[in-house]
Design a protein. Structure first.
Length: 392
């Protein structure tokens, strides 16, 4: 096995892994409730407060024989700095098979300033690129290295403002962004329920409908929303409150009507963060993002812990990086697909334009065989402008 020779970090703008980095008029930036919605000037657009400030981080790891593994995640220039100036030292000269020791050294060497968020995004990007390199060197897809498929195909729910379009395209459910938060009072809550009722009318009684609340609510508002939405058949209420408020999630989970699920986790990181969510009984489904929670090496630990707690793991939408994981885990029965078309009125690749060969669900499903290519099975689109802000 050739050793690792170079680690390089690049930044890219425009869609892709930082999927909130979109042009004007996109559903994903249209009056979606957030913790910043309490400030009217930041209520219409999440980009106005900087949701896309980081941009995409591209990590490349080149082995002595010239083989290059890569991955993309959210992180931009600050993440590139951490990769080049701090993390690269734990990889160069090492075997790509040492992903456990490499992860341990990346995490504990940055623990004094990291632990969650940007730093763990950077660690995740390196870890994903390492698994991609390992797959290319071994000429096998990542999901084979994770134990192989436990089912013939993936099934997906879709996230976007048009669950009716998701149903037409064969998805098993539609997760809607919540448009109004507590700052818009009862009027806003009624608008949320009216939107849900409108979609229920369009999709019929059995199609899954969920709200994604993107950390925007408090326990009282989330409870009132859940009680009203239960009448309209809401399947789960997602990330309703601050990721730091474990106590609030535990209360919300006690408050919601029987049969409604509480989900969260996309902004949580590491086995320790998810242990807290599970041991405090905060949610029914955890939703780590493999590009933000610590990478595949850490998601393996998180998933096993969840399995022991009888919890489902439905990773936050992260394209091939979650598909190769979900297909190998019994407690990951379905996956998320983010509808990145501006409407969204059609199904387009999630991390477009950054990944060449990115598989897209057909009729809401993806056969395991669609993942049968070395590593994560995609190539980096080198026609897009990549910038290497730092070297080492
Ligand atoms: C739709 C939500 O507001 C986020 O933009 C979404 O990316 C994330 O929360 C998700 O679960 O997909
Ligand atoms: Mg979400």
């Amino acid at each position: 096995m050739p050793k690792i020779k170079y680690v390089r970090a690049f930044t890219v703008r425009g869609g892709g892994a930082d999927y909130h980095d979109q042009g004007d008029g996109h559903w994903i930036d249209n009056h979606i409730a957030t913790p910043m919605s309490r400030y009217p000037e930041y209520r219409q657009s999440r980009q106005s407060f900087g949701i896309n400030v980081l941009g995409t981080l591209v990590v490349e790891i080149e082995a002595e024989d010239g083989t290059i593994g890569f991955a993309v995640t959210t992180g931009g220039e600050p993440a590139a700095y951490i990769v080049e100036k701090h993390l690269a030292r734990f990889l160069e000269g090492r075997s790509p098979t040492e992903y456990e020791k490499i992860w341990d050294q990346m995490y504990f060497s940055t623990q004094y300033y990291g632990r969650k968020g940007l730093v763990v995004n950077a660690i995740s990007g390196v870890d994903l690129a390492l698994w991609d390199l390992l797959g290319r060197l071994r000429q096998e897809p990542v999901y084979h290295m994770l134990g192989g498929a436990v089912r013939d195909e993936l099934q997906f729910y879709a996230t976007g403002a048009r669950p009716d379009v998701a149903k037409e395209n064969g998805f098993i459910g539609g997760k809607m962004p919540l448009h109004h938060g507590p700052a818009e009072g009862l009027e806003g809550l009624h608008k949320n329920i009216a939107e849900l009722a409108e979609m229920r009318e369009r999709v019929g009684p059995d199609f899954w409908l969920m709200f994604d609340c993107w950390m925007a609510l408090d326990v009282d508002y989330a409870t009132r929303l859940a009680l009203a939405a239960h009448e309209v058949g809401l399947k789960w209420i997602e990330e309703a409150i601050s990721p730091d408020d474990y106590w609030g999630y535990a209360q919300l989970k006690r408050n919601v009507p029987k049969g409604m699920l509480v989900t969260t986790g996309e902004h949580e990181a590491t086995r320790w963060g998810f242990r807290m969510l599970m041991e405090m009984d905060c949610c029914d489904i955890i939703q780590p993002d493999v590009g933000w929670c610590g990478g595949v090496t850490e998601l393996l630990k998180i998933s096993a812990l969840a399995d022991a707690h009888g919890k489902m793991v439905v990773p936050h939408g992260s394209s091939v990086y979650s598909y190769h994981f979900v297909i190998t885990r019994h407690n990951s029965p379905f996956a998320e697909f983010l509808m990145m078309h501006p409407g969204p009125t059609k199904v387009v690749p999630m991390f477009h334009p950054q990944l060449i060969g990115e598989p897209v669900p057909q009729n809401g499903r993806l056969k395991a065989s669609a993942l049968d290519a070395p590593g994560f099975g995609v190539e980096l689109n080198r026609d897009i402008a990549m910038h290497r802000p730092y070297t080492h």
